[in-house]
Design a protein around this ligand. Sequence first.
Ligand code: TYD
Length: 134
Amino acid sequence: MLELIKFNNKGDRRGSLTVLEENKEVPFSIKRVYYLYETGTGVSRGFHAHKTLEQIAICVAGSCEIILDDGYNRKTHYLKSPDVGLYIGNFVWREMHKFSQDCVLLVLASDKYNEDDYIRDYECFIRELQNGKK
Ligand code: TYD
């Protein structure tokens, strides 16, 4: 469930260039893009899972820490490279911490925003997993 994807770098002497296409480097059709930036010092975000949504998070500038928890294993990923994406599947609890001041966290999502797709309570998340909702 925990997957770091190393993207291409088509850079040359002029600099770096990474290309992402849906259903290619990104393993789903991209329906939405959003980014987190100017995150306050010491602020943590996330603390939810999604019932169906798949996402890829890419730290295109700066760095941050993302904790992924599938109800059985909890793993901390330190993102700091624009050519590395963190795949976050459905029914994975995520927490984001330690944003650097210059952090820009780009997120590619498989669907449009839908509050009904969120599980914002950790106990509910575990209960839904145990009830075989996934
Ligand atoms: P939220 O998902 O709670 O942020 P995070 O998990 O990163 O801490 O979203 C914060 C607010 O922004 C919330 O009011 C919902 C809104 N929002 C949208 O309207 N569309 C979106 O695509 C996203 C990601 C959030």
